[in-house]
Design a protein around this ligand. Structure first.
Ligand SMILES: Cc1ncc(C[n+]2csc(CCOP(=O)(O)OP(=O)(O)O)c2C)c(N)n1
Ligand SMILES: [Mg+2]
Length: 328
């Protein structure tokens, strides 16, 4: 049982600063809400945010309220990168050191905002861009994006006679971002909060463009209970489907090793968006094999297998240094 003294001890350990307050309108178990809280806590108060249209923007600012405790601007779905770049240039001209953060969903980052993001990276703006990747256009009713994983069901990639959910593969955005040779790009997951904090602090200390892709389960869009979000996010990592990596100037620098690799089925079966893969027919069996092959490929190209401690125990801190190796 929690006594008054343990509660006050825990409070003392909480970060002092909260950039995103409770009382917003996110769904129970929303991965984006948790990720945004962790990012803003770690970034601290001296920041300004440009937020693309999407769930995060909607649930934090139902007119006339706002859950943000930091200067925050919403513009359009497609231009968070450009707005952030302008804010950074203006602050620089004024001689201010306030760090600019850009927030976008996967649709706002991988698809419609990609041009603005690419320009921001190429011009070298001092902005930390955070992509809250819930693998579909959730805000408008679960449409597929180029981040939606292969075979997932969305309202625009329904399984049926012609296809088993989404036909195409999930876009490898972090590789594309890293190909701009920016100082730092990384992936992270809400299942590993200390790893998110560490990566945000690292990016904040860099004077130049940095990028963080955070895997954020969406109970509504993925079809799992809200209290399963962390378990689902952890399995995405531990199956090899969502590798946790860091890239410096385009080269692979660190990975989170996986000492206890799980079969992809253990991740897929928790989510209704993959339920058609568990039908008793040959097509379903072949798709499951295909998805296992995708995970095996990730494990191989990033050298994920190994490590001594379970990654969950170490919360991603136990990464393996990979001496600035270039990767294709
Ligand atoms: C130019 C334009 N096209 C479409 C929309 C409608 N729209 C608003 S948010 C959104 C989806 C957002 O998806 P994502 O970026 O993945 O964020 P999520 O809601 O999943 O967090 C869409 C299609 C828009 N606002 N502007
Ligand atoms: Mg999304």
């Amino acid at each position: 049982m929690m006594t008054e003294s343990t509660i006050s001890d825990l409070r003392k350990k909480q970060p002092r600063f909260r950039g995103l307050e409770s009382g917003h309108r996110a769904c129970l178990g929303c991965g984006e809400a948790l990720a945004a809280r962790l990012v803003t806590e770690s970034a601290g108060p001296d920041v300004m945010v440009a937020n693309a249209t999407g769930c995060l923007e909607i649930f934090t600012t139902p007119w006339p309220e706002s859950a943000w405790r930091i200067p925050w601007v919403h513009s359009l779905f497609e231009n968070a990168g450009a707005v952030a770049a302008g804010m950074e240039a203006a602050l620089k001209a004024q001689g201010k050191s306030t760090k600019v953060l850009a927030f976008g969903g996967d649709g706002g980052t991988f698809d419609i905002g990609f041009q603005a993001l690419s320009g921001m990276l190429e011009r070298g703006h001092n902005v930390l861009y955070v992509c809250f990747d819930n693998e579909a256009y959730m805000n408008t009713g679960i449409q597929r994006s180029s981040s939606t994983p292969h075979a997932a069901m969305t309202t625009t990639s329904p399984p049926g006679k012609e296809r088993m959910g989404k036909r195409h593969l999930k876009k490898d955005i972090v590789s594309i971002v890293a190909a701009h040779h920016i100082p730092y790009a990384a992936t992270a997951s809400v299942a590993y909060p200390s790893d998110i904090r560490k990566k945000v602090r690292r990016a904040m200390a860099i004077d130049g463009p940095t990028f963080l892709q955070i895997h954020c389960p969406c109970p509504l869009g993925w079809g799992h209970e809200g209290d399963q979000s962390i378990a689902v996010a952890r399995l995405a990592v531990q199956t090899g489907l969502f590798p946790i990596i860091e890239l410096e100037r385009g080269g692979l620098a660190n990975v989170m090793p996986l000492p206890h690799i799980q079969p992809v089925k253990s991740y897929l079966k928790l989510q209704q968006r993959f339920r058609h893969l568990f039908a008793d027919d040959l097509r379903a069996k072949e798709e499951l094999e295909h998805i296992q092959a995708i995970a095996d490929h990730n494990i191989e190209i990033y050298g994920l297998k190994g490590g001594e401690k379970d990654a969950f125990d170490s919360e991603g801190m136990d990464t393996v240094r990979r001496g600035g190796m270039r990767w294709a």
